[in-house]
Structures are given as structure tokens and as C-alpha cells.
Ligand binder design. Sequence first.
Ligand code: HSE
Length: 433
Amino acid sequence: MKTINVGLLGLGTVGSGMLKVFQEHVELLDRRVGAKLRIKKIAVRRLPPRIPVDARLLTTDALEVVRDPQIDIVVELIGGTTVARTLCLEAIANGKHLVTANKALLGEHGLEIYRAAAEKRVDLGFEASVCGAIPIIRSVKDGLVANRILSFMGIVNGTTNYILTKMTETGQAFASVLAEAQAQGYAEADPTLDVGGIDAAHKLQILASLAYGGYIRFSDIYIEGIQNVEATDIEFARELGYRIKLLAIAKEDHGELEVRVHPTMIPETHLLASVGGVYNAVHIRGDSCGSLMFSGRGAGQLPTASSVVADIVEIAHNIVYHRPARAGLLPTSAAGGEITLRPMERIASRYYLRIMAVDKPGVLSKVSGVLGENSISIASMIQKGRDEAAAVPIVMLTHAAVEGDMRRSLQRINTLDVVAQETTCIRVEGVED
Ligand code: HSE
């Protein structure tokens, strides 16, 4: 039986999980691959490592792993976009097949990595970079390859889903739920990437580039995090029959693609609305397959290791059966050719507005007048409370409107003398107009 050697870069949470899966399933994996899969070397930042490992496998020199002529597959689990980038490119340059869970690296430097892999004709596996255990990359690349993807909407960040779910269940404010999540280890000490929507945008960049067959620049993705979502909006959303989720959205319409990450109101009956806590889910519509939803654990040691090992097995299988690398399926050409991105100003959406206004005659006509002048039609409205001295919330849902029109309206509404503070605006998806 042929032996296929794997070199591992990084022995943190996912790296340890990967070793665990390898140790527990060694016979099963060998049988499935048709070869002996063995870990040949592991690069760690410092010795001793956090878990007990055969000392003969360890090195603190990562280059030793990526340049080892006996290693067939390099697995990068270091994270970050600096050292990891250099090592991944070096591994590819040395003809190694590469597996990575690094969403930031692919989200920001993917084109360079995809092109290098295609040029060197090596396989590149990155299932673990998006939605942990969910085989979403494989589904988009293989299972749904016959479809034109009309849209996908995903809850692709577990931390923000946990925070929004907790805010919905308890009525607590964002800051207090975040502090609790950090204390319990659900949120990072520096939560900026998660709560700011950056992590979700990295995953959207990877998925949308694959689904639409052209490399989308990370800087072209519109990003809004959940920091400004208030408990009161979650409550109003619930009263109106909606939930607020941080969604990564890609939609094709008349030859243009929208790519955006922002807090979104979806009907409570939508499949995504029931995905709570740290769970992830992606809802896809394809022209032949119809609607599909994938859900599961988007992070964690073993769920992420499950996807890393799946990539290793697939590549090992390709090696055993002398199948050429499938780099042709990677988005190696930049968007602009096949894909035209729609600027945010021109997207259409329904909107939720919470206007804090003084409770005086004529306020509604001023607000609705501005919306009407900008071709925005109101679908429903609630006003809560009565207080002539202070501002009260006026909540509106609009019919589909163009973002640019909404932005112009908000600028005008916020300067009305009857409006006391900046208006909250949340896009609404998943409703037929
Ligand atoms: N920080 C990510 C999340 C981890 O919260 O989903 C998985 O990519």
C-alpha cells in the first residue's frame, strides 16, 4: 500500500482536532483512501506543544515542512495573512498539495493562492475555511455545478449568531451579551472581526467567487456589523414576525451580482430564522435544484477538523488514482470579466425603519412625504407610546426600494426638526414583494 505523507503547520485547536481524527480513524481513512495516510511532520511555534505528540514529528521550522521532499500534502492551520501566506505559497512552489482552513488568507489573497495552485497543478482544499463542518464548498463546487446560482444567504459566523440569538431570547443589549460571550469563551477577546462582519465577508468572498466563477475582491463587499443592532429593534422585529440575523448575501440579477454582509430582518418562518446559537447555515437557490439549506456547526475543534480531513482524503485519493489536480474549478480570473458587481447604491431591498420623532401632528406626513418624494412606498407602520415631551419610535416597513433612494431619504429624514436621533435602518430579505 502506498504511503501518503502529510505535513501540518500549526497545532492549535483545529490542528489538535485533526490529529485526534487521524488517530481515531486511521484504519477507516486508509481503507477509504486506498493508501496509508501518515502525518510526517508538524511545525509548531514553540516547544513543547500543548498536547502530547511524538517528539520525532515536531519542528519549530515551518519551512522544513513545506520543503520536505517526502511530504505530499501540506495542511496550513496557522491562521492570519502574513506567515501563513508565505508558507502556503512556498508549499505550492514546492509542488505540495495544500489544505487550509484560513478564510482570511483566501478572502484577502485568494487570487494569488488559486493562481499559484493552478500554475503548479496542485490540489487546493479549503472546505474548513467556510462554515466548519458543513460541506458547503464541495456542494457549490461539485454537487451544484450544473446550476446557475440565483442567490445564497448565509449565517456564516457563529459568534454573531450566538449574540443575536441571546439578545432575541433575553432582551439584553448587545454589549452585555458580548461581555458574557467573551467570559464563556464563545467570543474572541478581540471580537472585531466577528462582530464587525469581516469574518462573514471573508467567507462570502470565498463562496461567492466559487459560486459565480470569478474572483471577487474583498474590498468590493459591502460590510456592516452587528454593533449597532439594538434590543428594541429585535423586539420590534419579533412583533412584526421577523428575526434579525447577520447574513452574508450574494444575489445575481440581470447579469449583475450583489455581495453584502449586514444585519438583516428575515421572516420568522424562513428556514434561516430557526438557526440559532453558534450554528451556521447557508440557504441557496439554484435554477435547477431549487432551494436548499445546509446547516450545522460552523466552528469548533472536531467539526472543523472533519472538513480538513475530508480535504486531505480527497487529495490523497486523487494522488492514489493519478487524477490531475482540479484547479480548473478555482476562481483564477478576477471579477470584471464574467461578473459585474452591482454597486450598493443600486441594490433593491425592503427596509425596516425606526424613526425617533416627537409626537406632534404632522410628523408622519413629513416623514412619509420624504419617502414618497424618493419613490419609497410604506408597507406597514406602528407607533408605540405617547409622549409629547420626548421622542417616540415610529416603525415602518417599506416595499422594495432602491438603496440610493433610501440613503437620500434617511439623510433628509434625519435633519427634520421633529426627528430626535439618527434613524435605524435594517434591510429585509426573504419576503416576496
Ligand atoms: N469566528 C468564527 C465564528 C469561527 O464565530 O464563526 C469560525 O470561522
